[in-house]
Design a protein around this ligand. Structure first.
Ligand SMILES: [Fe+2]
Length: 333
């Protein structure tokens, strides 16, 4: 290991190399150091895992054929451990058959390189994977900032604290109930958390006003759908949730805002959020009214489901899901 204590992880990326042949380790260490990387070395998978758990590893290069845990298994374990933070893995293999390649990709490897390898090809692949990692981190950083802003925004108003998180959780449950894939569930959940992010720019005195809003105040509040979309649009990773943010106040009968879309013109994600947002608002207290019980809110939604606010079919599905949850003792917290 060339450096055991580093404060800054970008100027000198670190590579974990695991190979049971000490001569291969020495060779790879010399190549990587010459290319400007820090190197952590291990001659077996368990030592590699130990280094990975205790050091800032940016990328791993693993030999496939090792006694004990082989490179495929080690790759899968490293990927499981680094779920929250992308860590590229390259497998070095003497096996050149397509079955091994498939096995490597299934283990989550970002690339497989055949031995004997070409040094400049290996370094080029490492640099491009490190660039990809950097992009992942920038995206995560930006998303974290936006998520933090939502919490900060809600903390200004005791009446809305937790609303976004609850709508986010309900969004995931509802999309699972509707049979959406895990990836789609994650998108709808993110949209649920961020649907009101545009309220960030609205003054507290208007948001918490206990009396009737003036026409201008009402117009200002309605703009939160457009402002929210503008806040999230620059992030590629937010593209899929923009329709949820912009259209969550549209109505099935076309009398909503901001674009007065109607029926299935309103994107599915927004039709779902409209129902979940309304439900959570009903079971939460507001300065101008007390909260409803879950039972009373569901009853009211059932009686109004064909009145033009929500997609009737989706409302029916939501009521079915919630009635089951209520029967199981669901409480609004
Ligand atoms: Fe809203």
């Amino acid at each position: 290991m060339t450096s055991s204590l580093r404060l800054y992880n970008e100027a000198n990326p670190s590579i974990l190399v695991v190979d049971d042949m000490p001569s291969n380790l020495e060779l790879l260490e010399a190549i990587f150091q010459k290319a400007g990387f820090s190197v952590y070395k291990a001659t077996d998978a368990l030592s590699g895992l130990n280094i990975f758990a205790n050091n800032p590893v940016d990328l791993a290069v693993l030999d496939v054929m090792m006694p004990g845990m082989n490179g495929f298994e080690l790759c899968k374990t490293l990927k499981d451990l680094s779920k929250q933070q992308y860590c590229p893995v390259i497998l070095l293999t003497a096996l050149n058959d397509s079955e091994s390649r498939i096995q490597g990709l299934e283990a989550g490897a970002d690339d497989l390189i055949s031995k004997p390898f070409n040094t400049s090809e290996l370094i080029t692949k490492i640099r491009s994977l490190l660039k990809l990692k950097e992009l992942h981190e920038e995206r995560d950083h930006s998303e974290n900032i936006i998520m933090t802003l939502v919490v900060a925004m809600e903390a200004r108003d005791p009446y809305t604290t937790g609303h976004s998180t609850r709508v986010g959780n309900l969004s995931r449950e509802f999309s699972s109930f509707l049979g959406f894939s895990e990836k789609e569930q994650a998108i709808v959940r993110k949209a649920g958390i961020l649907h009101d992010i545009g309220k960030m720019g609205i003054s507290q005195s208007i948001l918490c006003k206990p009396s009737t809003l003036t026409i201008d105040e009402s117009k200002l509040i309605k703009k939160h759908t457009i402002v929210g979309e503008e806040i999230c649009r620059p992030l590629m990773s937010m593209r899929s949730i923009l329709p949820g943010i912009r259209f969550h106040h549209e109505r099935w009968d076309g009398s909503g805002f901001p674009d007065r879309l109607a029926g299935e013109e309103v994107p599915m994600i927004a039709r779902m959020l409209s129902i979940l947002d309304s439900f959570d608002a009903m079971v939460s207290a507001r300065p101008y009214r007390p909260k409803k019980t879950v039972h009373a809110a569901l009853q009211l939604m059932a009686s109004e489901k064909n009145d033009g606010q929500w997609d009737p079919e989706l409302s029916t599905a939501f009521l079915t899901m919630m009635q089951t949850k209520a029967a199981e003792g669901y409480q609004h917290v």
